[in-house]
Design a protein around this ligand. Structure first.
Ligand code: ZN
Length: 241
C-alpha cells in the first residue's frame, strides 16, 4: 500500500494535482492523508476541498481551516493571512464548510498520529526542534507522528536527531527510532525550495519518501491576482519562503 501524505495545501490546486500526478507516476496510490490547512492563502479553496474529498483523504483540521470557518479568531494572523483566510472562507459552500468543521484535531492511522501542529497544541504549535519532537512522541500512543504547519520538510528520529532532505529528497524507515516527520507544504513551501513538498508512505517497506514536485507556479499566481489576493502571498510562492 502506498499512501500519499500532503499538508498545508492552502487552496493551491495546481500544486496538489502536480503532487498527485508525480506520486501516481511512481506507482499506484492507495490512499491520501492530509495534515491540515487545506484552505487559506491560495485561490482555489472550494476546488481543493472537493479534490481531497473525492480522494477520500483522511484529514485533520489546521488553523487556517479553523479560521476560514470561523471556529477561531483571526486576531493572531498577520493582515495578509487574515485577508486571504476571510476570502477563502467566503468561497466555501455549505458542504465544504461542514466538511472542514467536521475534521478532527488529530487522528491515528497505521501507527501514525496525524496532527497539524503538535500533540500538545494541535492547531498552533510550530514543531521545529528535537526536544519538541520528543515531546510529541511522549504524548501519543502510536509509534510515529506526522505533523505539518511549519511548511518545512524534515524528519526527526528518537535517538538519531534531525534529517533534512537533499536535492533528491529523503527516505526514512520505520525500523529504527520512533519518527516525527513533516512532509512539507504542498501549496506554500517556506524552505527556500518553491516546488510542492509531499511524502509517500509504503507500508510494505516501511519507508517514508519525502519528495518535491515542480508545478506551474505562475498559473497559481495569476489566479491569485485575478481574485485580488494580497501581493506578498503571490510573490512568495516563487521564492519558496
Ligand atoms: Zn499552513
Amino acid at each position: 500500500m502506498r499512501t500519499l501524505i500532503v499538508s498545508d495545501v492552502h487552496s493551491n490546486l495546481t500544486a496538489l494535482d502536480a503532487v498527485i500526478a508525480q506520486a501516481e507516476a511512481n506507482g499506484p496510490v492507495d490512499g491520501v492523508w492530509c495534515l491540515g490547512d487545506i484552505v487559506g492563502y491560495g485561490p482555489w479553496p472550494l476546488e481543493t476541498v472537493r479534490r481531497l474529498r473525492s480522494l477520500e483523504a483522511v484529514c485533520i483540521q489546521g488553523n487556517h481551516d479553523a479560521g476560514a470557518i470561523g471556529r477561531i479568531s483571526l486576531q493572531t494572523f498577520n493582515s495578509a493571512a487574515r485577508e486571504a483566510c476571510l476570502w477563502n472562507g467566503a468561497q466555501l459552500d455549505e458542504e465544504a464548510h461542514a466538511y472542514l468543521e467536521g475534521l478532527p484535531d488529530a487522528v491515528a492511522v497505521a501507527g501514525f498520529t496525524l496532527v497539524h501542529g503538535a500533540p500538545r497544541d494541535p492547531l498552533w504549535e510550530y514543531l521545529t526542534g528535537y526536544a519538541d519532537a520528543m515531546d510529541a512522541l511522549a504524548r501519543v500512543d502510536t509509534r510515529d507522528v506526522l505533523v505539518g504547519h511549519t511548511h518545512h520538510q524534515f524528519a526527526f528520529e528518537a535517538g538519531g536527531g534531525a534529517s533534512l532532505p537533499g536535492p533528491g529528497g529523503l527516505d526514512v524507515t520505520r525500523d529504527g527510532g520512533r519518527l516525527v516527520v513533516n512532509p512539507g507544504s504542498v501549496g506554500q513551501p517556506r524552505d527556500h525550495d518553491p516546488r510542492a513538498a509531499y511524502a509517500v508512505y509504503d507500508s510494505e517497506t516501511g519507508v517514508l519518501s519525502l519528495r518535491r514536485a515542480a508545478y506551474d507556479i505562475a498559473a497559481t499566481q495569476r489566479a491569485m491576482e485575478q481574485v485580488g489576493l494580497p501581493e506578498p502571498l503571490i510573490s512568495r510562492l516563487s521564492a519558496g519562503r
